[in-house]
Write a protein that binds this ligand. Sequence first.
Ligand code: 5AD
Ligand code: SF4
Length: 435
Amino acid sequence: MKSFHIITFGCQMNEHDSERIAGILEGLGCASANADCADIIILNSCSIREKAEQKFFSELGRLKQLKASRPGLKIAVAGCIAQQEGAHILSRAPFVDMVFGPSDIAKLAEIIENTASSPVPVIDTQGDPEYHLKRLPTVRADKVKAWVSIMYGCDNFCTYCVVPYLRGRERSRPPLDIVKEVQDLVQQGYKEVTLLGQNVNSYGSGLEKKIDFPSLLTMVNDNTGMERIRFVTSHPRDLKERLIQAIRNLPRVCECLHLPVQSGADPILSAMNRRYTREDYLCKIKMLRDAVPDIVLTTDIIVGFPGETEHDFSMTMKLLEEVRFDGIFAFKYSRRPGTAALRLSGHVPENVKEGRLTHVLALQKAITLEHNKRHINTVQEILIDGYSKKGGRLCGRTRGNKVVNIEAPVNRVGHLANVRITAAGANSLAGQLCE
Ligand code: 5AD
Ligand code: SF4
């Protein structure tokens, strides 16, 4: 095996898993290549919603022809659909050679070796109880910003969500392993780290030595020299004053928070098993804004959850108007195999979900634009991380994670710079270097 090609679907966890898959493959002497000439193609799949699954299966379908024209090509399925379907993938795609789950990545070299000698496809979705203790070689896609997993799995069991069934029980990495990894990133020139976990606010439960997430943030802030620290994702129920104080007081921790609310209606929050009320959520938003007035807040919304009435939906719209998030990710509820919400009554017709999604997005677009416009004429510290899509200009992010396109005569990628914001749209800001 000399070359590989990875196609990634889904969230940051999956993107980061793909970086580890690339790390292992490069360690085996393979080089990254185009799909047309790679010896092995790995599809790192996502099954959070039906649409993600469809995208994966249509990509897999395309690979069938490629495999027919190049029988030596090996095809591997990794990620959440691999975990969910295991050997069942073969009934839809018998040309697949390997299937392995998110917690089996460390075994990849062995899996590839077994495939070479096995007359049948190799399936390994058993997981590895030590996975969270391993530091795998990683080939990172970005040279300025890096992801570091601090925990794996999820114990929340929100009734719509397939993740706990696929990524297993919550396991935290030991804090010193995390600090060491961030220190190494600083040595390599990285300027920003995003600490990853399904529910970072419960970091530390199960570790021998007692530690919580605010303490981990303090350790990373004090002992690594990383310029900027971010983290995702926080569960509102577990967001406590200690974390708010950490965001306020730790200079390297950026003033922004992604806090998924999912719905603004109490009956729906309860049916989702979110374990907070609308009022609890609003109270936490107030605490956050009282402590960190300029904090950038974003959220996730699901519309059309089973049983969601017009009134429930109007409560979500009202919550968006009241909180005025900087940005949201909104989704139509999608039925997921094995989840508790499947069995609820009152599934909402597709056209109603579609209509509600359109409303939510239109409302939020106006609010986001309003927030972004408030940046005009302010000076923001920008981490310049590349070039803008429209070409020519440099591109970076504010501490609040807003995209800024910058007129700059020189290459300043990887540097922090003060930028005066001159224009704002719904998706990005524009500005000029202050110096
Ligand atoms: N249907 C729609 N959206 C979902 N999410 C998770 N599961 C589902 C589902 N079954 C959304 C939630 C979560 C985000 C990552 O994806 O909003 O916060
Ligand atoms: Fe990520 Fe969840 Fe998709 Fe798995 S199912 S890739 S954890 S979003």
